[in-house]
Write a protein that binds this ligand. Structure first.
Ligand code: AMP
Length: 216
């Protein structure tokens, strides 16, 4: 199974990606997670990406395409993968399609999650992320037992710099201008599977499975 997850920040891509990863036994490839790791490791790529990420802007396509190309060549992606947060521009989608063609692979679907704008702001501004395992919490809807630590691994919880309210606005603008056109791109290719992301986690997951089954 080869899937792409589309949707604005806060649509629940990361949450659904983890469920899909377990269900289909395919790795979640999150370009955001790979970049945050590069920033934490202080690599040259991380240093270059950080300034864009902190402003809520997109990291240049050339950097992202290289990361994805490297990651998809890994052994665990041989039987499938789930891309979370990539592609984010039509140019990235085209580069991705070339990568697939070169490997004679086909995409099974592009799942697009949609949630209303007001909901996105509430979800993102309350989000807390574990520094260690990437686990996600929400101060109101899914609070950890202890304010500052992850229930699963005991790691520190923090608010991503780009989840602060001033940056959320910038990220939404970037989404509207650069990423929203991807829905049309995948619709034209007959790949788009639209799902209402405003429902509860389990319901959204069921809707995704149904949309993929219908398309098969
Ligand atoms: P995410 O965790 O997917 O919300 O990504 C966090 C940030 O990483 C984004 O706001 C961008 O700055 C950067 N990023 C992640 N994926 C991409 C991508 N496909 N293209 C450009 N920038 C990206």
């Amino acid at each position: 199974m080869r899937l792409v997850l589309l949707g604005p920040p806060g649509a629940g891509k990361g949450t659904q990606a983890k469920l899909l990863q377990d269900h289909f036994h395919i790795p979640q490839v999150s370009t955001g997670d790979i970049l945050r790791q590069a920033v934490a490791d202080g690599t040259a790529r991380g240093k270059q990406a950080k300034e864009y990420m902190d402003r809520g802007e997109l990291v240049p396509d050339s950097v992202i395409n290289e990361i994805v190309e490297e990651r998809l060549a890994a052994e665990d992606c041989r039987t499938g993968f789930l891309l979370d947060g990539f592609p984010r521009t039509v140019a990235q989608a085209e580069a991705f399609e070339t990568m697939l063609e070169r490997r004679s692979l086909v995409l099974d679907g592009a799942v697009s999650l949609w949630v209303p704008r007001e909901e996105v702001v509430v979800r993102l501004s309350g989000r807390r992320t574990c520094r260690q395992c990437g686990g996600m919490y929400h101060v109101q809807f899914n609070p950890p037992a202890n304010d500052l630590t992850c229930d699963r691994c005991g790691g520190d919880l923090y608010q991503r710099a780009d989840d602060r309210e001033d940056t959320i606005e910038a990220r939404m603008e970037v989404y509207d201008k650069q990423s929203a056109p991807l829905r049309e791109h995948f619709r034209e290719k007959g790949m788009l599977r639209e799902v209402d992301g405003a429902k509860g986690t389990d319901e959204v997951f069921e809707q995704i499975l149904t949309a993929l089954r219908k398309a098969a």
